[in-house]
Design a protein around this ligand. Structure first.
Ligand code: FAD
Length: 404
């Protein structure tokens, strides 16, 4: 058996990628060399993005450095670059650098309109400046319009109204209910709506406005806008936020082809509508030619409603399954055939996550939730207990081994 370390490449160092890495670090029996490929300088705690918008002090904390992720002196490394191509046993980065792997875990996530998420940013300072600019515009604004009443829109409206009770805040949703997601009860949307209305937010349903200039590349716009709804209501605003649209970019997978298989169409690896990677419940790509390639988090079709909580559950599953394959493989650099043989001997676990679970914070002490057993009952109490105060930033610091 070769004594060279087993090369595991993880792409994307956020909720999914860091959970996988921590699972691998905690219980590997063989010597691994983990390489994290991450395009940004620091990890963004997107769950806290809207608190950062209204609270500058909190905003200083939500970009968490990677400096302590790996033990000092270990052979693990971080490459700051963007994944451009995936091949059978190597990836190619935007810089042209090629990185070999025995096992690959794709955790490239998704993008929401800023300041919820940022995509690629040249530096952390650039991303912080985007949030700071939006905060400055918010502080000048008298009337805020938020387009999109999903989880992000509800939290954004709540955080703004709680921090600035004197501002007029309107939340517009295209469908007949807020947080209108598959697997969630109508009662959740109703409780979110009542909760926001109690805070003083105007909720407008069944309207799908197009606001000139407001789009994914310009999701915060300070301009006077007058909207007229179908039933003749007039909505004035001087600041607009776009809060619709999750974008997933998995175009890097188009180069992946199994060795020796003619006419392979890599489009079969991707959901055509959502552009997410198709995976098995073992978190491996849903194609038997790639048992050594895993994917976790928002970049996958694991759930129609992607969450950081799911990254926690399924990241652990992916790490355990990967370690089983590693331990059952006869060599440290196994061929696909050898990994397939190990897979037959392994008892791979299945990623799962309780359905219909979501906690929305609408300020440091309030929120709404949908939880197993309790449904939407005691929603604000559970939100306060589980999330609202610091939006779980402590867990991110501890995952990244950074002192608070
Ligand atoms: C405002 C807000 C609040 C939320 N609140 C909650 C909550 O309370 N609870 C909850 O469970 N979920 C919540 N979510 C959802 C949660 O943030 C996502 O499910 C989570 O971010 C998914 O994590 P991920 O690791 O899959 O991807 P992401 O967090 O999107 O991270 C992907 C990482 O990959 C990197 N990357 C992407 N492409 C490349 C590439 N080609 N090359 C190199 N690096 C790349 C990115 O820079 C990033 O670091 C919230 C989301 C938002 C926006």
């Amino acid at each position: 058996m070769s004594s060279s370390p087993i090369k595991v490449v993880v792409v994307g160092g956020s909720y999914a990628g860091v959970n996988v890495i921590n699972g691998l670090l905690s219980s590997s029996k063989k010597t691994l060399q983990i390489t994290l490929v991450e395009r940004n300088e620091a990890r963004h705690h997107s769950v806290g993005a809207f608190r950062a918008l209204v609270d500058a002090e909190y905003g200083d904390k939500i970009w968490v450095p990677y400096t302590s992720l790996f033990p000092k002196g270990s052979s693990h490394k971080i490459i700051r670059d963007t994944l451009a191509e995936v091949h059978d046993h190597h990836v190619v980065l935007s810089s042209g650098v090629s990185v070999q792997f025995d096992y690959l875990v794709l955790c490239t996530g998704s993008r929401n309109p800023a300041p919820a998420k940022f995509g690629h940013v040249a530096s952390t300072a650039d991303a912080v400046a985007i949030t700071n600019k939006a905060r400055a515009e918010l502080s000048k604004s008298k009337s805020v319009l938020i387009v999109g009443g999903g989880a992000c829109g509800v939290e954004l409206a709540g955080e703004i109204k709680t921090a600035f009770p004197d501002k007029k805040v309107t939340l517009i949703q295209a469908t007949s209910g807020l947080v209108d997601y598959p697997g969630f009860s109508q009662a959740f949307g109703t409780s979110a709506q009542k909760h926001l209305q109690n805070l003083g937010v105007d909720v407008v349903l069944n309207e799908r406005p197009t606001i000139e200039g407001l789009n994914l590349d310009n999701p915060v716009q300070a301009s006077p806008v007058t909207l007229r709804t179908k039933d003749g209501k007039t909505i004035e605003s001087d600041l607009q936020f776009l809060s619709v649209g999750i974008v997933v970019d998995t175009s890097y997978i188009s180069t992946l082809k199994p060795v020796g298989v003619a006419n392979f169409d890599s489009k079969s690896l991707v959901d055509a509508d959502r552009h997410v990677l198709k995976i098995k419940d073992t978190m491996q790509l849903a194609d038997p030619n790639f048992p050594h390639i895993f994917a976790v988090g928002d970049c996958t079709n694991f759930s129609e409603v992607p969450t950081a909580a799911a990254c926690k559950f399924t990241g652990a599953t992916a790490a355990k399954n990967l370690l089983q394959l590693i331990n059952l493989s006869s060599t440290n650099s196994p061929s696909v055939l050898e990994v397939q043989a190990a897979e037959k001997k392994a008892k791979l676990g299945k990623g799962s996550m309780p359905g219909g679970m979501m906690v929305l914070a609408t300020g440091p002490t309030t929120g709404v939730s949908s939880l197993p057993l309790f449904g939407t009952r005691f929603g604000s109490f559970f939100a306060r207990m589980l999330k609202s105060k610091d939006l779980m930033i402590g867990g991110v610091f501890s995952d990244m081994r950074i002192a608070k």
